[in-house]
Design a protein around this ligand. Structure first.
Ligand code: FES
Length: 99
């Protein structure tokens, strides 16, 4: 079992290898969304970029095409951004939400 530490929430949750950061957060009743995006999001389909998080530490697979497209403008400011709904957990991670 892997762990994901959420810095802003000061919580560490268990994650199963292969599930996404978003799935692990939902299963552990931790919201990765800010404000109105808790309701208005694409439910993990990679269409809204409201689940953007910063990977502070831990290994992840390279960004997929969906992430490259959705985060294109924001990556110049923060190259560590990822979409929580697209990143499959393969290592213990430290994550910063609401970025
Ligand atoms: S939930 Fe919409 S892009 Fe991840």
């Amino acid at each position: 079992m892997l762990e994901i530490q959420f810095v802003k929430q000061k919580r560490t949750i268990k994650a199963e290898e292969g599930e996404t950061i978003r799935e692990a957060a939902i299963r552990n009743r931790l919201s990765i969304y800010s404000h109105i995006f808790k309701i208005l999001n694409c439910r993990g389909r990679g269409l809204c970029h409201s689940c953007a998080v910063e990977v502070v530490s831990g290994k992840t697979d390279p960004r997929n095409d969906v992430e490259e497209q959705q985060l294109a403008k924001r990556l110049k400011k923060n190259p560590d951004l990822r979409l929580a709904c697209q990143v499959k957990v393969t290592d213990s991670l430290v994550i910063r939400t609401h970025v």
